[in-house]
Structures are given as C-alpha cells and as structure tokens.
Design a protein around this ligand. Structure first.
Ligand SMILES: Cc1ncc(C[n+]2csc(CCOP(=O)(O)OP(=O)(O)O)c2C)c(N)n1
Length: 644
C-alpha cells in the first residue's frame, strides 16, 4: 500500500529542502510528518509513540543545525522515524523493519545522517561527546554535536558517565533531554521525581522565562555580556530550585524546561544555544504519542502497538479458531507468581522491561517483591547479588542482548561470590525485526565460560516452568551456582502450558527420538525445528536421532558418550553464535574424550545478521527445518571427514 506524503513533506528529500522553507511553514511540516508516521506504522508496524512525541524536536533540529555536518545522535533510536523520513528515506520508509528493508534504528551504513548506530539505550551522550572532542582535535570548532536522550535512557549509569566526563570539557555538546515521563512503562526512580520537581516549580519557571528572553537578546553582544547573563542565570537557578541543579553541578549548563511541541520556540531556543559554547543541556517536555489520541492515553501499549486501524485506533489482533500457545515471556511471568506465592523468598528484578518481560504480572500480584530498577542492567545484576547474599531467591529477568551490558557484574558480583542468582534471559536468539542490536546471539557463549554458572534452555513451555521450579529449589539455592535460563521472543508450542511443576536433574538432556544414521543435538526451542526436519528425513528413509540437550552447562556427559559411541555423524543446532556456543561445547567434549566423528555445527555465523522475521533469519543461517534436513543429507552423503 502506497502512503502519500503531504504537500510540503513530499518536497523534502533532504534537510536542505527543509531549511529552505520559511519558518512559518514548519507547523505544517510537523503535521504532515506526524500523519505520515501514523499512516505508515498503522499499516507496516514498528515503534510508534516515541516518534510522534519528537516530531517538533526532529523538525527543529534539522532546521536549525546543519546536518549531516553537525552531528545528531539519537539515543536508542526507536524515536528516529521522523529523522529517517526527513533525511532521504521517505519513499522507502514502508520497508522499515522488514527483511532487507530499512533498519528500525539509526544505522551508520544506512545514511550519512545517522551519525551513530543505536538500539541499546543511553549511548548518545558518550558518543556525541566523543565526536565533539574529535572535532576539537581536528580544528573544527564550528561543528555542533547533539545528543537526544529520553528521561528513561537518562536513568542508565552510562548516561551519567557521559555527563560526568562532558562537564569537565569545553566540548561543543548539546544534550537534549526529551522528558515525557515515560520509559516503555512509566519511568521510575529518584531522577524522575527530580525532573518533575524542576518541571513543576512555578517560581522557577516564571523567572527562567525572563532570564531566557534576556539571554536571547544578550547572546548577540559578545562574550562578556554572555558571561554576565550566564552568572545571573546560574545564580537564579541555584536559588530558585529547591536543591542546586543536578546538571549544573556537573558543569553542564541547564536550559529549560521548555515545551517540546512548540516548534517556533524550539527553533529560536536552538538558534540561541548554537552561540553558547561548551557542554549544555536543554530540557524539553513532550508527550509520548503526541497527536494521536489513543497513543497519548495508553503510552505503554502504543510504544510498539503492532498494526492498527488509524481511524478507530483499534489494534489488529489475529483471530484463531483454536487456543494458541502462549508467549514464553508470559509463561515466565505467570510461573514466577505461582512460585513466589509458595516460596516467600522469591523476588523479581527487571531493568525497565516490566511489560516486555512480563515481570509486570508479579509487579501487580506481589508488588513489594518485584522491582523495576530503570534502564540499569548492571545495577539490576548487582542489586540481585546483594539480595542473594541475604538469602532472597532472585529471578533477574534481562533480555539476552541487554545482559551484554552487565557481564562484569555477572562474573564479579555473582559467580565469583558463588551466589545462586537466577538469570532469565528473554529474547535469546534472533530478536527479529529489531535487528542486530537486539539479537540475543551471544549469551550461550558468554555465560558458559563463567565458573559457578549453570546454563539451560527449555524446548517448550513445560520445560521453562520446570527449569524455573528447579532453579528456585533448595538444591540450587543452598548451593554455589547461578542459573541462566534462556528463551526466545514469541510463542511456544503448547496451548495447554500450565503443566505440573517438576524438578529437572541438572545437566540431564532428553532423547526425543532414537535413530541410526545421524544424531541431531539441539538446545532450546530451536529443537522443534529438528522435530520437523526429522519428519522430512524419515520420508527419505534417513533415520536421525534427536537429543534435546537442555543444558549447555553442565553438559549431559553420559548422553554425549552414548552419542559419540553410536554415531559417526553428529549435527548440533543452536539459535546462538557458533563461536564458543553449544556446538563448540559438544566438539570440546568430543576432542577431550578422544572421539572422532563428522560434526556439522549449525547456528549464527561470525557475522552481523540484519533484521527480519525470525524464520527468515533462521533460514538465512541454515538452521530452519529445511536447513537442518539439508545439513543432515550433506553430512551423511558426503565423503569428507571433518574432525575437530
Ligand atoms: C540497554 C537497554 N535496555 C533496555 C532497552 C529497551 N528500551 C527501548 S526504549 C526504552 C525506553 C526508553 O525510554 P526513553 O529514553 O524515555 O524514551 P521514550 O521511549 O520515552 O521516548 C527501553 C527501556 C534498550 N533499548 N536498551
């Protein structure tokens, strides 16, 4: 379906075209841009509320600053749809997030206007500061560097590390704090309270406006006049705010708060700020979902709503005639509550993903034992470790990709200290449309090499429940080992998933089917592809055995001895990186025990795999059902002997 842009938007092929417009045209550009985003996302899907909330900011930034020479860094990047549309990608925007189409996030390879690749939060200040310092070193003092960061992303340690450094430099850095009081779920923590405090202080705001006007006038009068205004302004700010300004105390000049939807004011403020040297922060107040009623009303739901009817605001849901399997995340959420109702020591921790991980089920059912700690994965892990020292049974749920942030905490704060924290890694394997920044490709490799760590992945919902049940049992909790359970995005395979909870023997796999010609070893839900592959192969009179290994660490050594004694052909399949992952573990076992077999490892190669539906990516990497069957044929019909 072709989406037609409005009259003005249709003429903006690059920001130069925008800059050639009269400022009085900008409200119309904003209206058309907003409509274009609504038209597109309603039909093609993607993130929604965040981009609507920064329409005016986006237009003002490209109008005032000389992008791409001036460097504009979007934090997370899920709000950059308007930016993409204004920077030459309008006519292909309908490919956003589709296989081989535009990326859902800014990406350096995609456009010179995407100055920094993003997806994970809170990188913008450090990246823009790096650019600003490089500009200084390269004698380019005229270039501006802007980081646009949300109040949610501002809760991360990395953002503070960036500000801490920025405040000690003279770098030309403008931080735009896009404050909409929301993360994906409502934002949390003391910083949120602090920002509300600034925003709602009436005296401060009145005097600030007057100072602002003065500043605007004086900025034309050279450095000494600016210094005077700056002193007045700083003094006023300090005395008017209940406590001294957080950003000012980090030596970032603080401006705002201003209405982030007033395009005229934004343009004039940004023009003023261009002339103010050094690191500074402009606090803009915006509404997530601005301009689309339903999205303003339920901001969490409309963060990424899926397809919807733009007229009625009805979110389209597939209708099925029989019960469907649940999402793994929901099995996690409900099972956690079921366990926590019996085991009072259980607590839940999520870094800013209550809805995404379904931790919100426990936050609702047992609010005093479930914690959203903000976008703070490192803190989430160490906070969990602290609770574990006191005998709490901690389920710390972090998307596999975001756990990359907290690796040192896993090693230093959990495993070296022999604390039995339970890590549930959601979105393990290919994340799908979110792409390479979000693929959970590495966790099997990076978790299995840490001492005092058990690593498991369930093949279905029942297995997930049983692994969770096992992890919180005294056997594990009285021991010294952390427990990682990884599972993918999306639905499982069992419509009737509320099975009785049973203890799983640690390091014990399951034989799914016996065979003769080849053994297929799988880990996690990808094993269901192997089931289908075996059905294909059986029709060709090939008899594969299939083992769901269930644990990557400890491996089921008895089972592996049986496999290598019985089979010359072995295939391993994982939805994870091949280097150092499950297949590597199996091959290590083989060489360590002197076996020789033809082994083919299927998984994610040493390459950046782009975005697309999970099945497309599995196919691309050769481990969809057909790919597994092909690998079996190739292995058993080839003469080549591959040994480790
Ligand atoms: C390190 C990391 N953790 C979690 C996320 C998931 N995530 C994506 S957007 C988002 C909320 C960001 O809130 P904010 O910065 O205020 O932007 P808004 O959506 O409100 O515009 C979260 C938690 C992420 N992208 N990166």
């Amino acid at each position: 379906m072709l989406i037609t842009p409005g009259k003005l938007l249709a003429k903006i092929d690059t920001p130069d075209d925008l800059r050639n417009l009269d400022q009085t045209d900008l409200p119309q550009v904003c209206a058309e841009l907003r409509q274009f985003i609504v038209d597109n996302v309603s039909v093609y899907g993607g993130h929604f509320g965040a981009s609507l909330g920064v329409v005016e900011l986006t237009v003002a930034l490209h109008y005032v600053f000389n992008t791409p020479d001036d460097q504009l860094v979007w934090d997370v990047g899920h709000q950059a749809y308007g930016h993409k549309i204004l920077t030459g990608r309008r006519d292909i925007f309908h490919t956003n997030r589709f296989y081989k189409g535009l990326s859902g996030f800014p990406k350096r390879k995609e456009s010179p206007y995407d100055s920094f690749g993003v997806g994970h939060s809170s990188t913008s200040i450090s990246a823009a500061l790096g650019m600003a310092v490089a500009s200084q070193l390269q004698n380019n003092p005229k270039r501006h560097h802007i980081a646009v960061i949300g109040d949610g992303a501002m809760t991360a340690g990395l953002a503070f590390e960036g500000m801490n450094h920025a405040g000690s430099t003279e770098a030309d850095l403008l931080i735009i704090l896009n404050d909409n009081c929301m993360s994906i779920d409502p934002n949390v923590g003391a910083l949120r309270e602090y920002l509300t405090d600034i925003t709602t202080s009436p005296t401060y705001n009145k005097v600030k406006d007057e100072v602002w006007n003065l500043l605007g006038k004086m900025s034309n009068f050279g450095k000494s006049a600016q210094d005077i205004v700056s002193k007045i302004e700083t003094g006023l700010k300090a005395s008017l705010l209940k406590q001294s300004n957080l950003f000012e105390s980090l030596h970032l000049r603080y401006f705002g708060p201003i209405d982030g939807h007033d395009i005229d004011h934004l343009v004039s403020v940004m023009n003023d700020l261009k002339d103010i040297p050094g690191p500074k922060l402009l606090h803009c107040l915006t509404v997530k979902g601005k301009g689309y009623g339903p999205a303003e009303k339920d901001q969490t739901k409309w963060h990424a709503p899926g397809l919807f009817d733009k007229v009625t605001g009805e979110i389209k849901k597939k209708i099925y005639d029989k019960p469907q399997p649940p999402k793994y995340q929901d099995v996690f959420g409900h099972t956690l509550v079921e366990l926590a109702e019996v085991n009072e020591k259980i607590v839940g921790v999520t870094p800013a993903m209550p809805s995404g991980s379904s931790m919100n089920i426990m936050m609702k059912a047992i609010p005093d034992r479930a914690f959203d700690v903000g976008i703070a994965e490192q803190h989430a892990v160490t906070f969990s470790a602290g609770m574990a020292t006191q005998g709490q049974v901690v389920f710390c749920n972090i998307y596999s990709t975001f756990m990359q942030r907290a690796y040192d905490q896993v090693i230093h704060d959990v495993c070296i200290q022999e604390l039995p924290v339970i890590f549930c890694l959601d979105r393990a394997g290919f994340a799908g449309a979110d792409g390479p920044t979000h693929h959970g490709a590495y966790d099997l490799a990076f978790m299995r090499c840490v001492p005092n760590m058990i690593v498991a992945s369930p093949m279905n919902e029942q297995e997930l429940r049983n692994l969770m049940f096992t992890a919180q049992s005294d056997t594990i909790q009285d021991g010294t080992q952390a427990f990682t359970i990884r599972y993918p995005r999306g639905e499982g395979v069992m419509p009737n998933w509320r099975t009785p909870l049973e203890q799983v023997e640690i390091g014990k796999g399951r034989k799914i089917r016996d065979g003769k010609d080849v053994a297929i070893l799988t880990i996690g839900p990808i094993g269901n592809y192997a089931v289908t592959a075996c059905e294909f192969l059986e029709k060709e009179s090939i008899r594969p055995a299939h083992y769901d290994m269930r644990f990557v660490k400890p491996l089921d050594e008895a089972m592996l001895h049986e496999i290598f004694q019985r089979y010359d052909n072995v295939i391993t399949v994982e939805d994870g990186c091949l280097m150092g992952g499950f297949g590597s573990a199996v091959v290590e076992f083989m060489t360590d025990h002197g076996y020789v077999a033809r082994v083919k490892r299927l998984g994610i190669p040493d390459a950046v795999i782009e975005h697309g539906e999970q099945i497309d990516l599995h196919r691309e990497c050769g481990f969809d059902p057909q790919g597994i069957a092909d690998a079996v044929r190739e292995l058993i019909y080839s003469k080549r002997v591959v040994t480790a």
